[in-house]
Write a new protein. Structure first.
Length: 449
């Protein structure tokens, strides 16, 4: 870890340190969200709601893949930052190598399993005979071929961020996202590949971004603890348990989100493919709010973890307060913008009147969860940064795949399709209340130290 990064974690004024770490992360997450939206946007310009629906149906499997990186990289980032806080660089190296190689193997296995189990998975996700072939095309390139670069792109960004290289991490992710946006029109329209072109573009952009991160890690190899050397791979010193227990909540969030989206698509499919397309548009736009909240928390996690293990609890508390304030204010502003601009935003994706109707209605409901989502993510991150396991796992389980699924079934029976989207804010509001109950005692404990 270089002296500049060490100064950033220990000496730089808190507001500046938070912004230095969080802003590049937020930007990179936003660009990632935008390029995920770009696929839907450009596919929507084809005027075919079936292809938009297919991308929506396949998306849970792809998002689950991207969050495999969280299983290893969030836990690894937390452990590496805590190791650096006590100057244990050797354990940090072992942690980095463990995360990289385990993540790579897991990605390849996941991609292979998804391709083999398509006949089982697609019907569960809501695919029909009309959307089946489109789902296969999208899944083959983004998950079957693209599993490794997709996971490595996200994971390597998290790991170098743990050493304070937030700008470089943000640049790498942003570079891949911008490349995706630029190539989408060429492959979708220029080459006439339609949804398959969007999938190929996603795979290529992640592959090139992964190449950037590998080159950067090679460049800093002499002064960095982030290493690709398989000889540094270790399962000693409780590294697997520490990494996985901290990364598990982030992984569970995605696993439960996949379950949630699968149930959502399955229920909405009972109404129409147009409704699925409208919900897909709303979900993609909502990724912007998700990206901001995630960027703020992931960016500040190393700062919180470093100061926790170094014993500087005053600086840690100040970091938490600053990150909380910034996250909440930005989330509130985002919710207001999405509510006001729901119709024109939905119209940007597709001109079909019925799809736009569903999209703007779902978006206005889902965006009400933006402020609580920001707070929930921040609370989860605090617990992850200080090495807690049970609390972030509980909050992750509450947000997606449990309470919201119950609400989906209940509201679909009472309010029909218009009530299904309310499951998201209802579940997030309950998780918010529990988050406050869990975090307050820890904040008070920090104040007494």
């Amino acid at each position: 870890m270089n002296n500049n990064c060490n100064a950033l974690f220990s000496d730089t004024p808190v507001q500046k340190a938070v912004l230095t770490l969080a802003v590049p992360t937020v930007i990179s997450q936003l660009i990632t969200a935008i390029y995920n939206m770009a696929d839907t946007f450009f596919i929507g310009q084809l005027g075919d709601s079936l292809q938009v629906a297919a991308a929506t149906i396949a998306m849970p499997c792809f998002m689950f893949l991207t969050r495999f990186a969280n299983l290893f990289s969030l836990g690894g980032s937390s452990l590496i930052s805590r190791c650096l806080g006590i100057n244990d660089k050797e354990k940090a190296r072992h942690t980095a190598s463990f995360c990289i190689w385990t993540g790579a193997i897991t990605a390849v296995l996941y991609g292979s399993v998804i391709l083999l189990l398509e006949p089982v998975i697609f019907p569960i996700l809501g695919a029909s005979t009309e959307t089946w072939n489109y789902c296969r095309q999208y899944t083959f390139w983004t998950i079957g071929i693209g599993a490794l670069p997709t996971v490595m792109n996200a994971e390597l960004a998290h790991l170098i961020r743990a050493e304070g290289y937030s700008k470089h991490a943000g640049f790498g992710v942003a570079f891949g996202g911008i490349l995706n946006i630029l190539l989408d029109p060429l492959f979708i329209f220029g080459f006439g590949l339609q949804i398959q072109g969007a999938a190929i573009t996603t795979m290529l952009s992640n592959l090139i971004a992964m190449g950037y991160f590998l080159r950067f890690i090679y460049h800093i190899r002499k002064k960095s603890v982030i290493t690709l050397n398989p000889k540094k791979f270790s399962i000693k010193e409780q590294i697997p348990s520490e990494v996985l227990s901290i990364g598990l909540p982030g992984f569970v969030i995605t696993m439960m989100s996949t379950i949630s989206n699968a149930v959502l698509n399955h229920i909405v499919a009972g109404y129409s493919n147009t409704a699925i397309a409208g919900m897909g548009i709303a979900k993609k736009i909502d990724l912007l709010a998700y990206a901001i909240a995630q960027g703020m928390t992931q960016g500040t996690l190393p700062l919180i973890g470093y100061n926790f293990t170094s014993g500087n609890h005053k600086r840690m508390k100040s970091t938490i307060n600053t990150a909380f304030l910034y996250s909440f204010l930005v989330a509130c502003a985002g919710a207001v913008i999405l509510w006001i601009m729901a119709v024109p935003i939905s119209q940007c994706f597709i001109s079909d009147v019925e799809t736009v109707h569903y999209g703007q209605h779902f978006l206005r409901i889902i965006c009400l969860a933006c402020p609580t989502t920001a707070i929930n993510f921040m609370v989860i991150t605090i617990f992850q940064a200080i090495g807690k396991k049970a609390q972030p796992l509980l909050l992750s389980l509450l947000r997606k795949g449990s309470l919201d699924v119950i609400f989906m079934f209940a509201l679909s029976h009472t309010l029909g399709i218009n009530g299904i989207a309310w499951a998201t804010p209802f579940a997030d509001w309950i998780a918010f209340i529990i988050s406050v109950i869990l975090i307050v005692p820890h904040i008070k404990k920090l104040e007494s130290n």
